[in-house]
Design a protein around this ligand. Structure first.
Ligand SMILES: [Zn+2]
Length: 340
């Protein structure tokens, strides 16, 4: 399948350029419109070429018939991983494709798009964003270009608007300015207040918005056909969870979710598939240890800085990125439990 390829450069630094894949018709008007919508870029060249050989499809695992996941490595965003460090993927129906999360840069979104086109020519009906974090959303613009309806939690638009500038600056810092080209926050077309079903053609997906937990805008996707529940960052495995919402809210939400049946679940990091509810046990063990230790420190009258010296000492286990995420989790736990 052919696609439009643009060579674009930063208006402020003409030697910093990138090639971007834009799905759909190859015309000069489209090339110009894409760049006109981004005043920080200039168009150097465009051409029309087959995707094969130009864009490397992300390696996917088919965890249920027609349900594909890329498993992110347990890393932070770097130029080497190009922002591909969360689990992302897609589900095929008979009429359309739903993409679940878009990766941490435009390039990763393009590679996910190539992985889809490697398997089907069906339209991309939806891009479902499970929450605001950059490793899940910054590849979104390629799917908007492909015509997808972008869906998220009712609180997602405000959360992204508040962080757009920070996320853009962080992408340029962590990935480099070339990879940051086209890595952007997109408009959300439809929001989920509670729960809603979309149908990909003989394949209904239940989308559910949750109370404050990992973030204040966590959305899950249940594939009824395979009984696979895409929990995204409501569930971490191997990779230490990061609390950017509410520890107690997250703990109580998981208590409820673990009573519901599912054949298997897909975490945001780890897996890529886990048994349910057993797959939640290590994360809940970490939460419970953190809650117990924090309550004891507060009861002893320790200040935050005193508590941070020892909170979580026995909780490191085999968690990847413990030193990166535990200190902020401990701070969040203390501030939340201090006035309990
Ligand atoms: Zn997250």
């Amino acid at each position: 399948m052919s696609a439009l390829f643009l060579s674009v450069c930063l208006a402020a630094a003409a030697d910093i350029c990138a090639t971007r894949l834009v799905p759909g018709a190859c015309t000069q008007a489209r090339a110009e419109a894409w760049v006109t919508a981004r005043p920080d870029l200039t168009l150097r060249d465009w051409d029309c070429a087959p995707m094969a050989g130009r864009v490397t499809p992300l390696p996917m695992t088919e965890v249920a018939p027609g349900l594909f996941v890329f498993k992110g490595p347990h890393e932070l965003a770097t130029p080497e991983n190009a922002g591909a460090h969360a689990n992302i993927g897609f589900i095929l129906g008979t009429d359309a494709v739903a993409v679940i999360d878009a990766g941490g840069s435009r390039q990763i979104g393009e590679q996910l798009y190539a992985a889809i086109r490697h398997r089907t020519d069906l339209p991309i009906g939806w891009l479902i964003l499970t929450h605001m974090h950059p490793d899940h959303v910054l590849g979104a613009s390629v799917f908007r270009d492909a015509g997808a309806t972008v869906i998220g939690h009712a609180r997602l638009p405000a959360a992204l608007a508040a962080r757009a500038e920070v996320y853009r600056d962080r992408a340029a810092r962590d990935l480099g300015r070339e990879l940051a080209i086209g890595s952007e926050i997109v408009r959300i077309d439809a929001v989920i207040e509670e729960r809603e079903t979309i149908d990909l053609g003989a394949r209904p997906l239940l989308l559910e918005a949750h109370p404050v937990a990992h973030t204040d805008n966590d959305l899950t996707v249940f594939d009824m056909q395979s009984s696979t529940w895409w929990l995204s960052d409501l569930l971490f495995e191997e990779h230490l969870p990061s609390i950017d919402g509410s520890l107690m809210g997250w703990r109580s939400l998981m208590t409820e979710l673990t009573t519901r049946p599912a054949a298997q679940v897909i975490p945001g990091h780890g897996g890529p598939v886990l048994p349910w509810p057993e797959g939640a046990a290590p994360m809940l063990g970490y939460f419970d240890g953190l809650i117990t230790e924090t309550r004891a420190a507060v009861a002893r009258g320790e200040s935050l800085s005193e508590a941070l010296r020892h909170l979580g000492e026995g909780l490191e286990g085999d968690w990847a990125l413990f030193d990166t995420f535990h200190p902020q989790n401990a701070t969040a736990a203390y501030l939340e439990l201090e006035w309990e």
